[in-house]
Design a protein around this ligand. Sequence first.
Ligand code: B1M
Length: 210
Amino acid sequence: MSKLQDVENAVVSGKSKLVAGLVQEALDEGCSAPDILNGMINAMGIVGERFKKNEIFVPEMLVAARAMKKGVDVLKPHLASGSAGVCGKAIIGTVAGDLHDIGKNLVAMMIESAGFEVIDLGVDVPVEKFIETVKANPDVKIVGCSALLTTTMPALKSTVEALNAEDFRSHIKVMVGGAPITQEFANEIGADAYTPDAASAAQKAKELVA
Ligand code: B1M
């Protein structure tokens, strides 16, 4: 079995102690960091499908997420290459009520790699926290909001609407993303950009400040 498949299987079964070593072995064997990352993203898709079919439950999703994080830690130096800060500051967070952070962390990592200094507000971020962080950092250029649940799409909407109502809005660009988010939804709530994945988020962030 290929090393990539081993990594994917270890993430699916939540073997966090094995994943870091397997990722390193895959790198040593010449697998590219983006390929390994895509393998782990696929693995989370499999986990999600199993959860949907009631074959596994929240604890299993949690251990798979932990395992993926261990793998991403090993990949990080191979994915992030830019000099942080040359493009300015970006704030990123997962909206209120939502605890999913793997995708948000990948977006933060790729945006940092694209040359931004990233202020990561974490998960379950209330609207007020986004706003006060922009006010405390007047040089912020991008605010990125992530939402992974259909039930937190309204929180994404209210976050973007609250940002849109602020005086600083003309100086910042608002980016949104996450599995249930679409371009149509982004347009509807008044975001400047939607991107489907972390690599395109980094590319778009650079375009928005160019
Ligand atoms: Co949750 N969960 N979860 N979960 N979970 C999903 C999202 C789900 C699709 C699973 C399923 O049913 N198939 C489902 C949502 C269904 C829906 O809303 N329609 C779901 C559910 C229901 C839940 C709970 C409600 C379960 C429960 O308690 N009964 C609960 C909610 C908790 C809460 O948030 N309040 C819950 C909890 C959890 C865990 C905590 C156990 C864990 C998260 C751990 C963590 O993140 N630290 C978890 C996990 C792991 C998942 C799945 C399996 C994997 C998510 C993930 O990390 N994917 C997920 C199923 C799935 O995604 N197929 C699922 C990998 C990641 C790289 O992808 O996050 O999509 P993603 O990010 C991508 C893009 O979306 C994009 O770029 C990223 C990288 O390419 N992107 C952006 C993301 N943010 C962006 C921002 C941008 C631009 C792009 O600009 C700013």
